[in-house]
Design a protein around this ligand. Structure first.
Ligand SMILES: Nc1ncnc2c1ncn2[C@@H]1O[C@H](COP(=O)(O)OP(=O)(O)OP(=O)(O)O)[C@@H](O)[C@H]1O
Ligand SMILES: [Mg+2]
Length: 268
């Protein structure tokens, strides 16, 4: 299999069977969830279409990470449904959801410290493409993140934090899933690396991967998004087309203004 062949096969399998780009792929239907007796999200509904991207926004504690975890199977809904191409995947174990093509980008530094960069990548690729596919996949990873190519023989444990994040991301991005969930991907990364990471997200989106993006640097998420969902205290307060930062601030404002001040503003 040529490298081109591998890439086009990945693109061709990038949508759930029977789901065309622009059609509903991942749907939350009246989903509530929480931690023990605590309800973090209430009656949340939205749809991510195949090949598109949603920027999921909201203030701290609004429930964004909870939704990311729900979609990747790390927590189960207490009510409502999580549909992937029509199948209810809510509450299924994360490894089974990953096999269906929904992956959450690894947070932090999920690498094997005592293995080299190349060994870390090869380990992941052997599982996804088999031994024969490893050389091509390595080339693709180094094309995505040239910095990793420069350091291919270096022990992963001695990489910088940002480089370790690139390494764990490269394993996902070379063979992008149907749905990729990213939660605060840029946290702690230098701006130049954030640019590189988002350039690569744009590439996987162009190849057909649908993205659910949670990002403090809102402008990065908005640049890729086809749709915006705003959460306010666990509930959807906006679901629609991409807004300007100015319009968004208005939607996010009620959560940022303390209650007494908000009612004063209203009455004044
Ligand atoms: N493991 C947990 N146990 C109990 N409560 C939790 C747990 N994780 C999150 N919560 C609570 O659930 C609510 C939603 O949290 P979540 O992490 O989804 O918010 P978030 O929108 O991702 O916030 P941030 O922008 O700060 O990351 C918060 O009130 C939080 O305190
Ligand atoms: Mg969070």
């Amino acid at each position: 299999m040529t490298r081109d062949g591998t890439a086009s096969r990945a693109a061709a399998t990038a949508t759930v069977a029977g789901v065309e780009p622009g059609e509903p792929l991942l749907t939350l239907e009246h989903v509530s969830a929480g931690y023990g007796p605590f309800r973090a999200i209430f009656d949340v509904s939205f749809t991510l279409n195949a090949g598109e991207a949603i920027a999921l926004l909201g203030s701290n504690g609004a429930g964004k990470t909870t939704i990311a975890r729900l979609c990747s199977g790390l927590i189960a809904p207490t009510s409502g449904r999580v549909l992937l191409g029509g199948d209810d995947i809510g509450g299924r174990p994360a490894n089974r959801i990953a096999r269906l093509g929904v992956t959450q980008a690894p947070e932090g530094r999920s690498v094997f410290a005592s293995l080299t960069v190349a060994e870390n990548l090869a380990l992941g690729f052997r599982a996804t493409v088999g031994a024969k596919g490893v050389p091509g996949a390595l080339d693709a990873a180094y094309a995505l993140f040239p910095r990793l190519g420069d350091r291919r023989s270096q022990l992963a444990g001695s990489l910088s934090g940002g480089e370790q994040r690139m390494l764990s991301l490269a394993r996902v991005l070379v063979h992008p899933p149907k749905v990729l969930i990213v939660d605060e991907l840029s946290l702690g990364l230098a701006p130049i690396i954030v640019e590189e990471v988002y350039r690569n997200l744009a590439t996987v989106k162009a190849k057909g991967t649908a993205l659910l993006i949670v990002e403090q640097h809102v402008e990065h998420a908005l640049a890729l998004a086809d749709q915006v969902v705003v959460l306010t205290r666990g509930e959807v307060s906006y679901d629609g087309p991409v807004l300007s930062l100015e319009q968004l601030t208005e939607h996010l404002l009620p959560t940022a203004v303390p209650e007494p001040l908000a009612s004063e503003l209203e009455s004044g």
